[in-house]
Design a protein around this ligand. Structure first.
Ligand code: SF4
Length: 223
């Protein structure tokens, strides 16, 4: 099943970002990777891609960085094709399939491995253990939050997000949903949330100064 949204049509709109913005995102991503250099090695089986299924959340910085990476790998037409085929695919009801997983391969399933979001980097450790019968090495919280802060917060301590309305800011979402919001379809995004549920996206209510996810029907579940 696929979310009812014309993803291919927004590809070019969101690729067209100021160079400074792409540079900022890639610098932040590099700094986060550098911060993670001391992370414990994990012991996931090479052929496993279970953690790539189930709505992969990321920051706006990670989303912009991935757009930049795609632009370097594919032509504009190639990105449109990817968006048309892979974005908005729902599996198991309301879980979004990561557009970058390639399950047809025997191993190395991630097509953006070197640039994958933080959450993908900590899968299989104590920070994000799975159901597999493997050792989940201890991942120190301080290390995780050092990288997290670089990707989610600006130098002045304010969080990085995308305004949806005057009082609502999108803070964390799957790649597909960032694409909807970033292309100026904020109202459409809210309609999608009301129809399919928020798919774990986090929105900040600036009036209440609290984060919430949206339930099917448009109700808010405040954290
Ligand atoms: S970005 Fe790569 S590692 Fe992360 S969920 Fe997608 S395919 Fe898996």
């Amino acid at each position: 099943m696929k979310i009812d949204f014309a993803f291919a049509q927004v590809a070019r709109v969101i690729l067209n970002k100021p160079a400074g913005m792409k540079e900022y995102a890639s610098q932040r991503m590099s700094a986060a990777c550098e911060a993670l250099r001391g992370m414990p090695p994990y012991a996931c089986p090479l052929s496993c891609s279970r953690c790539c299924h189930g709505t992969i959340l990321m920051s706006y910085v990670e989303f912009v960085h991935l757009l930049h990476v795609l632009q370097g790998k594919l032509s504009a037409a190639g990105v449109e094709k990817l968006f048309a085929r892979r974005l908005g695919v729902l599996e198991g009801g309301d879980k979004l399939l990561c557009p970058f997983v390639d399950d047809k391969k025997e191993n190395e399933h991630c097509t953006v491995y070197g640039d994958r979001p933080l959450i993908c980097r900590v899968f299989g450790t104590s920070a994000s253990p799975c159901d597999e019968d493997i050792v989940h090495p201890y991942f120190p919280d301080a290390l995780f939050y050092r990288a997290y802060n670089l990707l989610y917060y600006a130098e002045d301590g304010s969080f990085i997000g995308l305004p949806l309305t005057e009082s609502l800011v999108l803070y964390e979402a799957a790649f597909d949903l960032w694409a909807v919001a970033d292309s100026g379809h904020e109202a459409e995004l809210m309609k999608l949330f009301a129809r399919y549920g928020g798919m774990r996206s986090l929105i900040c209510d600036l009036v209440e100064n609290r984060f919430f996810t949206m339930e099917k029907g448009g109700g808010r579940l405040y954290l």
